[in-house]
Design a protein around this ligand. Structure first.
Ligand SMILES: [Zn+2]
Length: 446
């Protein structure tokens, strides 16, 4: 009731002062309060005889001011790109705040006794805290947010303000790009993961490194993007440079990555001439072409299809290691073994090393019955020389599913599984994947 009386008095003053404004009802006052651009007072239960307390928000040189006159004003104390956008679509109404300083503070001309801050992202409450020392808690990542400041004033005497107000505003929080790499010391045959945070849609990330020649693909993750750099088994052990830059701001990440020394065993293999006759140039090319096309990074799922660490695909004895140097029938030109050979009796079950989608299940001249699984984001696993295959291309597969049975089809001297992990043109060492999740493990590092 008291509020109504005060409203009435305010109206009376407006009318008496010769203002020609149409009669204002209490509803109109609420509306007026609510049209403060992005700063809206949700609960205008303050006594209207007092001007609405003025709020100023500061971050570095940015200063945003809510004034009792119903204007949102902003001042930039230095050259900055601070902007606010106003239009009729609520989702596009936001202020852009640059994180020029770690601390964002608020100031009131009439200081509340208590302030509770709530941060929302996509209409979901993500943080609640009491404001202490006028410092606001800001989000830890770039994006569009809403902050609500619930302010309480307790009545101390007849002159003081009493009530509760919620100041609410949407803002785009601009943060500088941030880059991380999962490791700076690596074994040949392993991989590095790059994480890029606070990247805008219009941004281009440029990676410059001598570690890898192909295009580096970035995939979205919750707060930015990630990319994988495969380390070829034959890479010379030495220091390699890596620089990562974003086009939108001038953030530049520079580091040195050490590729460690690794020795590979030499193997001499003798194969009967009938088996060797399979190894015609034409057959080799056809087999390679099928595998190259099916394991093209551009054909891989754009999201990770696995959720757990990789597993060993078969029981048995390792007969040929990754990158073992192989001389066949005394030929002076060696070949590097592109995977791991696991030998066990015929019809030993072959398991999917991780979840994904079958992209090849085909009989081929050299690799025999061959199955390829796309694990997403460019990762493929390949299983060769199977006796029987249980899956067709296009089928989804779970980690541990029995793909087929061990055999000796194609260019093979006895029952074994030739198993490969392939990423963007590079054969990686499967041993580095067992019991590991290269993506999720990289989130914990550093
Ligand atoms: Zn092999």
């Amino acid at each position: 009731m008291k509020t109504k009386i005060l409203v009435f008095i305010t109206l009376l003053i407006i009318l008496l002062s010769g203002c020609t404004t149409h009669a204002i009802k209490e509803d109109d006052i609420n509306k007026t309060v609510n049209t403060f651009l992005n700063f809206t007072c949700i609960k205008p239960i303050l006594e209207f005889a007092y001007p609405t307390p003025e709020l100023t928000l500061k971050n570095g040189n940015n200063l945003i001011q809510y004034s009792s006159k119903g204007n949102l004003t902003y001042k930039s104390l230095a050259k900055s790109t601070l902007i606010y956008k106003i239009n009729n679509t609520p989702s596009e109404e936001y202020i852009e705040i640059n994180s020029e300083s770690d601390s964002t503070t608020i100031e009131f001309d009439n200081v509340p006794d208590k302030i509770t801050e709530r941060i929302y992202k996509d209409n979901k409450l993500i943080k609640v805290s009491d404001v202490k020392n006028d410092a606001l808690r800001m989000p830890s990542h770039e994006g569009l947010y809403r902050i609500e400041l619930e302010c309480f004033w307790e009545k101390e005497d007849s002159e003081s303000l009493e009530g509760e107000l919620i100041y609410s505003f949407d803002f785009y929080y601009n943060m500088p790009s941030k880059f991380k790499i999962s490791s700076d010391s690596l074994q040949p045959g392993s991989n590095i993961i790059i994480h890029a945070e606070n990247i805008k849609d219009s941004d281009t990330i440029n990676v410059n490194t001598t570690l890898f020649n192909n295009t580096i693909e970035f995939y979205p993750e919750p707060y930015g993007y990630f990319a994988i750099i495969p380390i070829d088994g034959a890479l010379t052990p030495m220091d390699y440079s890596i620089t990562i830059e974003s086009s939108e701001d001038n953030v530049k990440f520079e580091d040195t990555v050490t590729v460690l020394e690794r020795e590979y065993e030499t193997q001499h293999l003798y194969i009967s001439s009938s088996t060797l006759s399979l190894r015609s140039q034409e057959n080799i090319e056809k087999n390679i072409e099928t595998l190259t096309n099916s394991r093209d990074i551009n054909n891989s799922s754009k999201t990770i299809l696995w959720f757990e660490p990789f597993i060993v695909p078969s029981e048995g004895i390792i007969t040929t290691e990754y990158y073992q140097i192989r001389y066949t029938n005394g030929n002076p030109t060696p070949r590097f073994h592109t995977g791991i050979d696991i030998a066990a009796p015929y019809n030993t079950p072959i398991l999917a090393t991780n979840s994904g989608k079958v992209v090849v299940a085909e009989e081929m001249t050299l690799t025999g019955n061959t199955l390829v699984i796309d694990h997403g984001c460019g990762f493929f696993s390949t299983y060769c020389h199977l006796n029987t295959m249980y899956f067709e291309p296009g089928e989804n597969i779970n980690r541990g599913n029995i793909l087929g049975l061990m055999g000796s089809t194609g260019f093979s001297t006895g029952p074994h599984l030739h198993f490969e992990i392939f990423y963007n043109g590079v054969y990686l060492d499967p041993e580095f994947f067992y019991d590991k999740d290269p993506y999720r493990d990289s989130l914990i590092i550093k």
